[in-house]
Design a protein around this ligand. Structure first.
Ligand SMILES: N[C@@H](CCC(=O)N[C@@H](CS)C(=O)NCC(=O)O)C(=O)O
Length: 218
């Protein structure tokens, strides 16, 4: 996975081949976010929808040595795992006209060059109109990318998240912002993997936060 030195890289990763165009408008593209893109897209867009993709489960199986970790202490961020029974909630952003090239150029650096993600076409079901699905572009970290960490017990993932931080902030912030989003989606949006990691973090936090007695000793 390339680091911030990507800017010096004369051969930036090529932008996605013909990305899917949403709802028939040749100048519009939907981009599906299911991790940090849910709370920090950081590109201009014309519309957004909360909803889900079927056939994928979200997993904290991608290592991150830039945004939420370092070379010595890689953080963990999410990717999509193909899972016939899976359903992953997130946000789809519609970019139009000149927003399309700007968004793809920005995400190519943030997601592909710095994050190790590839692009993939997915079918997105808006929460309010699931009978009118949209084609969308998603950034997915496959097991072939050098930053991929793969499966681990949720307790081990929680420990790693508690210990890591990077250019964009602490890895715990990443986890809790995603958990906040899932709360907002309502009871029909479940993510057992995310919930198990949040629970494991909650069980360990007292070990990281001094008690009143311990504070009284300093
Ligand atoms: N591609 C997923 C995950 C994106 C993600 O979390 N990417 C990392 C790159 S390793 C990122 O942009 N992090 C910025 C941050 O942590 O604020 C999404 O659609 O949200």
């Amino acid at each position: 996975m390339k680091q911030a030195s990507a800017a010096q890289d004369p051969s930036p990763a090529s932008p996605p081949a013909q990305p899917p165009r949403g709802d028939g408008d040749p100048q519009a593209l939907w981009i599906f976010g299911y991790g940090s893109l849910v709370w920090r897209p950081d590109f201009a867009y014309s519309d957004s929808r909360v909803g889900f993709v079927r056939g994928y489960s979200r997993r904290f199986w991608q290592g991150d040595t830039f945004h939420r970790g370092s070379d010595k202490m890689p953080g963990r961020v999410v990717t999509l795992l193909e899972d016939h029974e899976g359903c992953t909630w997130g946000v789809a952003y519609q970019v139009r006209d000149e927003q399309v090239s700007e968004a793809l150029k920005y995400l190519n650096v943030r997601e592909a060059e710095l994050g190790g993600y590839d692009t993939k076409e997915v079918t997105f079901y808006p929460q309010d109109t699931p009978d009118q699905p949209l084609k969308a572009l998603a950034y997915v970290a496959t097991p072939q990318n050098p930053g991929y960490l793969g499966p681990a017990p949720e307790e081990a993932i929680a420990t790693q998240i508690l210990a890591c931080h990077g250019f964009s902030g602490h890895n715990l912030e990443y986890l809790l912002r995603l958990a906040d989003f899932m709360q907002l989606c309502g009871p029909q949006a479940q993510d057992e993997h995310l919930a198990a990691i949040v629970d494991a973090v909650g069980a360990m936090l007292p070990c990281f936060c001094p008690t009143k007695q311990a504070l009284a000793l300093v």
